[in-house]
Design a protein around this ligand. Structure first.
Ligand SMILES: Cc1cc2nc3c(=O)[nH]c(=O)nc-3n(C[C@H](O)[C@H](O)[C@H](O)COP(=O)(O)OP(=O)(O)OC[C@H]3O[C@@H](n4cnc5c(N)ncnc54)[C@H](O)[C@@H]3O)c2cc1C
Length: 475
């Protein structure tokens, strides 16, 4: 069967589109090296027609499919897990920009387009695509749409869902749904695009997208500021928004423990302040108007805050290089944490005003139940999104990974705190294979049942990314 499947797949994608030997780890192992999967075949299609033919073949043979982009998923959604997981369909070779429309502020890009390539293409016509995250040099449009990625720009522009006009999708029976007309207004019944955004490859394969562009920014200002407590950071955000409104592009909260880990693991990256504070925020302001004088205005606001004692210390970047250093620190947290120990990363969201209370309760619960774990916080504060990390440092625990059961127990503990605070246990990283049990445990039954019915309607054979969102034995 495997040989016959390979032969038929090779007929569709050609010999270069089928990975048969060599190093397959980039397709079968997640980037944090936690899930090692296996597949009957790995294919790299070049066109929507090829994707449709692969899916038709898989549907007729009842072979599962795992759609894959840059494989930077935080929730193990992009690698097969169980022994017989079927075909990995990697979209990397579908990376053409099909259309750039400056007046319409639209770009139509294929699913395999890497995010930084999209940034460059938008810049080329004097526009910007405002999604930014640490994996932007690898993550692809199809993966970003399928996980409804957020990142640092979501505060101003929303998550990926808010940046999509329309999609081209290969459905689980091989038919193609196409909606790339990029209409600002279109009320012809249900908007089917939204089912696929955040579906993590469980309802179909995204092959292309019409995406929204925004005006390019020609003035900016960046600051690295310390505050005594998260409450002060929230107040600072409110005052910034009062004064700068939509120019507030990003506002990221870091705990001192996180800044110390980056400094210890990546010695080239230094805290911009003299001493590592308990809490710091990284601020980015941007405006299309080159005369907006953002740096001067930010400096004077921060001086007022310092005088009033609401901010403890701060640096406003004097150059783009210095601003780059602030953001390098922010975007290096994942790399540093991987080196520092075994981190159990939670992806919580609560109402923005509830973040300080959530942080206090979660930290206290962690200290009580897992005294060996260090609470580490990285938060897209303006979105109410907290990456609360229980860090088991290697030098405390030795090089051994702590058992998976500990990770599960931490997850349950902190997710319960999120629910108590009216929040979500999956803000931007999705469910993947990681949170399948939590989705069932923490979803209201009527919501869970409706999701199962949608899955069955779109994918009655259950071939699209089985094990993601729902357990395989759901029927
Ligand atoms: C250093 C680092 C920082 C990160 N920071 C953030 C952050 O700030 N915010 C954030 O939201 N995420 C963040 N992430 C997570 C990650 O980058 C996002 O989840 C991203 O959206 C995944 O894109 P990808 O192309 O790598 O998709 P993959 O990891 O390959 O896939 C993600 C999911 O989408 C499915 N999929 C992929 N392509 C398709 C397709 N064409 N059609 C249908 N389904 C598909 C996969 O099956 C999987 O379920 C970060 C990751 C890293 C490594």
């Amino acid at each position: 069967m495997a040989d016959e499947l390979h032969r038929r797949l090779a007929e569709i994608v050609g010999p270069k589109g089928l990975v048969v030997d060599g190093d397959t780890s980039r397709y079968l192992i997640d980037w944090r090296d936690r899930i090692h999967g296996d597949a009957r075949a790995i294919v790299l299609p070049r066109s929507t027609e090829q994707v449709a033919a692969i899916v038709s073949l898989a549907a007729s043979e009842n072979v599962p499919i795992v759609p894959q982009g840059g494989n930077t998923s935080m929730s193990y959604g992009s690698v097969p897990h169980s022994g017989d997981s079927g075909i990995v369909v990697n979209l990397s070779r579908m990376n053409a920009i099909r259309e750039l429309d400056r007046e319409g502020s639209v770009v139509v890009a294929e699913a395999g387009t890497v995010l930084t390539s999209l940034h460059d293409a938008a810049e080329g016509i004097g526009r910007q695509f405002p999604l930014h995250l640490g994996a932007e040099g690898t993550a692809q449009i199809g993966g970003l749409i399928s996980s409804n990625a957020g990142g640092t720009g979501a505060l101003r522009y929303g998550p990926m869902r808010d940046l999509v006009f329309g999609l081209e999708v290969v459905m689980p029976d091989g038919k193609v749904l196409s909606d790339l007309s990029a209409l600002r207004k279109d009320n012809r019944g249900y908007n089917l695009n939204h089912f696929f955004i955040g579906a993590e490859g469980t309802l179909g394969i995204v092959t292309a997208a019409a995406l929204k562009l925004h005006p390019a920014l020609h003035a900016d200002a960046d600051a690295f500021v310390s505050v005594e407590r998260p409450e002060m950071a929230l107040e600072l955000l409110a005052r910034l928004q009062d004064r700068f409104d939509t120019a507030v592009q990003a506002f990221e909260l870091l705990s001192g423990s996180q800044i110390e880990i980056v400094g210890n693991m990546l010695p080239d990256i230094r805290c911009p302040l003299e001493t590592v504070p308990d809490w710091a925020v990284v601020i980015h302001l941007g405006d299309p108007d080159p005369e907006a004088r953002l740096r001067d205005r930010l400096e004077s606001l921060l001086e007022e805050e310092l005088t009033a004692g609401r901010v403890l210390d701060g640096v406003v970047a004097r150059s783009s290089t210095q601003a780059g250093e602030f953001w390098k620190l922010r975007h290096s947290v994942t790399e540093a944490n991987l080196k520092a120990g075994m981190g159990v990363t939670l992806d919580i969201s609560v109402r923005v005003s509830a973040v300080p209370a959530f942080l206090a309760t979660a930290s206290e619960a962690l200290r009580r139940e897992f005294p060996d774990a260090l609470p580490v916080v990285v938060s897209h504060l303006g979105d109410g999104n907290v990456h609360f990390i229980a860090m088991f440092l290697f030098d405390r625990d030795g090089p051994e990974r702590h058992p998976m059961e500990t990770a599960d127990a931490v997850q349950v503990l902190i997710n319960d705190v999120a629910i108590e605070h009216g929040g979500s246990f999956s803000a931007e990283h999705g469910i993947g294979r990681k949170l399948v049990g939590e989705l069932k445990r923490l979803s209201p039954p009527e919501r869970y049942d409706m999701m199962l019915r949608i899955k069955s309607l779109f994918d009655p054979k259950g071939i699209m990314n089985p094990e993601v969102l729902f357990p395989v034995d759901r029927r």
